[in-house]
Design a protein around this ligand. Structure first.
Ligand code: SAM
Length: 282
């Protein structure tokens, strides 16, 4: 049997009694045309290993295999899904490895060979945490080449947002500093079973070989977190305490101390992070 010959997902869910559990963030994609479209947003998978988080009954997993992935490594926390995934693995002739556990704890790297792409319909409760980890490894470039990830629409918009918008913030800066980012697809609640309350979107991030502008990752992350933590405040207030003479440091990189975080673009934030680092080193 090949992956194409597996039974429809509704049948798989009924056979294995996979009633969606809210605690696991389970909103399944049952339309294989749709999972195919999402898998194709990840680019050419034929020479890649793919890491999937939360395969559930395996709809996106099947699509990633059908798109020719060299290997798919999938981490699933809900043990109820494992028998259904074992059927996919059997049809995939050794190209699917399922790891049981929490994606925040399981290390998939021993099972993966570069080039690696990550593609997932993420559980919303851990999606942002996983994205931040993938964006903040100790060294750049990271182990992955691209991320193709489903988020709540609002989170997707924050990742892709530009200065001056309400959605612009820490996630936008950390993502766009080291990646090309685009919103690849929008999905209405009815695309999922059960339908969530909110709309969703798939974001695609291609890693850059080097960060877009030089800056120390930890300093940038710290400055941006503080700046947006009190986003209504002027930067001279929200960044008080980051360095002793914060107004002078802001002025040294041509940022008016009265500006607010959402007016400052990525290049300026990186210049600010460099100036803060120099000031701290004195
Ligand atoms: N990929 C499937 C699909 O598209 O139909 C399921 C997506 S569903 C939104 C999220 C999946 O992640 C569920 O199967 C859930 O059990 C799993 N999950 C939830 N928390 C997890 C975690 N911490 N680590 C790994 N998997 C998790």
């Amino acid at each position: 049997m090949s992956v194409m010959d597996l039974p429809p997902l509704r049948e798989v869910i009924a056979t294995h009694d996979l009633r969606a559990k809210k605690a696991f963030g389970q909103n399944f994609l049952l339309d294989l045309n749709l999972t195919g479209k999402i898998a194709r947003q990840a680019g050419d998978l034929t020479a890649c290993d793919v890491l999937e988080i939360g395969p559930g009954p395996g709809g996106l997993t099947r699509a990633l295999l059908a798109e020719g992935s060299r290997k798919v490594v999938a981490i699933e926390r809900d043990p109820r899904c494992l028998p259904a995934l074992a059927e996919v693995a059997e049809a995939a002739n050794g190209r699917l490895v399922v790891l049981e556990g929490d994606a925040l704890e399981v290390d998939p790297l021993p099972h993966l060979t570069a080039p690696i792409r990550i593609c997932a319909n993420l559980p919303y409760n851990v999606g942002t945490e996983l994205l931040l980890r993938w964006l903040s490894p100790p060294d750049w470039p990271p182990f992955w080449q691209s991320l193709t990830l489903m988020f709540q629409k609002e989170v997707a918009e924050r990742i892709a947002a530009k200065p001056g918008s309400k959605a612009y913030g820490r996630l936008s800066i950390l993502a766009q500093w080291r990646c090309d980012v685009r919103i690849a697809m929008h999905l209405p609640p009815q695309a999922f079973t059960p339908a969530p309350k909110v709309s969703s979107a798939v974001v695609h991030l291609d890693r850059l070989a080097e960060p877009r502008y030089p800056a120390d990752a930890r300093v940038l992350s710290d400055v941006v977190a503080r700046a947006f933590n009190q986003r209504r405040k002027m930067l001279r207030a929200s960044l008080r305490g980051v360095v002793p003479e914060v107004e002078a440091v802001l002025e040294s990189v041509a940022i008016p101390p009265t500006a607010r975080a959402e007016e400052i673009d990525l290049e300026r934030f990186c210049a600010l992070a460099r100036a803060v680092e120099i000031q701290r080193g004195r």
